[in-house]
Design a protein around this ligand. Structure first.
Ligand SMILES: Cc1cc2nc3c(=O)[nH]c(=O)nc-3n(C[C@H](O)[C@H](O)[C@H](O)COP(=O)(O)O)c2cc1C
Length: 358
């Protein structure tokens, strides 16, 4: 089976979630014995269709443009048994790069009008490959894909055209955060499995689809995580790509976001089977208390006060966040009495071993 995988994301180098998902889908397709060619559309010259209908009149089946689409991609597309259209979701739709590609497949139709099942179609001039649509979105709700899904279902419903699978991955930017490592692996493994299934049976099982679509975080936590991320980008004057490259730590600005982010700097394994209660009393702009229960690798954080904590820390919220995000040195701030620790100091040091380095 010959498969053409078209990636329309402008991003690459580990930043693109379209690429991440597509690579795993392709891996599964190759495992199952398919011959897959990947084309990054961002590297190709594809002019917009100019609506001249030359391909329907003067040179039937041949486009007036002489670019990468006409010379290289359209012939490859025609020779394929299956095409994967992989696109980031932009404004609830496929992006303009992919749309330009699909518009340029017009020479594969004839100009005539056929009626089938109450709908009017242009008949196919050439056999079209079976279609798989893969899309990723920033937002967590699947509803964001509904316009794209409606579009491709209508578009590829014409006789001779075949939409065999739609793979939609919401919360795609969030799924790569270290918080969701296990879920990400599960999603990517399922995507590889989807690739195998597509080659073996031209469809994806509902079990595999469920894994690919699984929720990442509830919408409250999602918004909190996202808002802290973007506020930190703005405060540091960096793009998301630079944020990743410079290894910048997101800066919580409320107890709620602190509860979400703090556990990721903790080395819960370092305290073994010991159950540890870590209490914070904050002053300054965020005056509040919260605690974390660290038990067998699990960390559960809540606002309020816990009786008999193993460690209790008193400081301004800003000071602790400076330490947490690497803007201040934890040991030095301790010497300068910028925070006060009651309880087992060695346990605290253990908790910050390796992971945070403070
Ligand atoms: C111009 C633009 C429009 C976008 N529109 C949406 C949208 O409608 N819904 C959504 O959930 N995410 C939207 N996003 C977020 C992208 O879908 C998300 O960042 C995705 O991971 C991008 O794919 P990539 O990682 O392969 O580049 C948009 C991003 C851009 C740049």
């Amino acid at each position: 089976m010959r498969i053409l995988a078209l990636n329309s994301s402008p991003r690459s180098g580990g930043q693109s979630k379209t690429e991440l998902m597509l690579n795993r889908l392709i891996q599964g397709m190759c495992d199952a014995g398919a011959e897959v060619e990947v084309v990054n559309l961002r590297e190709k010259k594809i002019r917009n269709c100019i609506g001249c209908f030359t391909c329907w009149s003067k040179t039937p089946g041949r486009c007036i443009h002489k670019d990468d689409m006409a010379k290289e991609l359209f012939p490859k597309w025609l020779e394929s048994d299956m095409v994967v259209y992989a696109t980031p979701l932009y404004n609830y739709a496929m992006n303009a790069t992919l749309k330009a590609f699909i518009e340029r497949t017009l020479p594969s139709l004839e100009p005539f009008f056929n009626v089938h099942g109450g709908r009017m179609f242009h008949p196919l001039r050439y056999k079209n490959p079976a279609v798989v649509v893969l899309s990723v979105a920033g937002m967590p709700d699947e509803g964001h894909f509904s316009a794209l899904s409606a579009h491709v279902n209508y578009l590829f419903a014409a006789p001779g055209r075949q939409l065999i699978a739609e793979i939609y991955r919401p919360a795609a930017e969030t799924m790569t955060l270290p918080f969701f490592k296990e879920k990400l692996n599960d999603i990517l493994d399922a995507t590889t499995q989807a690739g195998r299934e597509l080659v073996q049976s031209m469809k994806i099982s509902s079990k595999t689809m469920e894994k690919i679509r699984q929720p990442i975080a509830d919408s409250n936590n999602f918004a909190e995580l996202g808002n802290v991320f973007w506020k930190t980008c703005i405060a540091e004057g960096v793009t998301p790509k630079e944020f990743g490259k410079k290894n910048i730590a997101p800066r919580p600005d409320s107890i709620k976001s602190f509860l979400l982010f703090f556990p990721f700097g903790l080395n819960s394994e370092a305290v073994g089977d010991k159950k540890v209660i870590l209490q914070f009393h904050f002053s300054g702009e965020v005056k509040d208390s919260c605690y974390f229960i660290i038990d067998k690798g699990n960390i559960d954080g809540k606002t309020g006060t816990m009786e008999k904590p193993d460690i209790s820390i008193e400081t301004t919220f800003d000071m602790w966040i400076d330490i947490m995000t690497g803007k201040a040195d934890g040991q030095q701030m301790f010497m300068e009495q910028k925070y006060k620790v009651d309880g087992d100091l060695s346990l605290l040091i253990q908790l910050f071993q390796k992971e945070s380095g403070h």
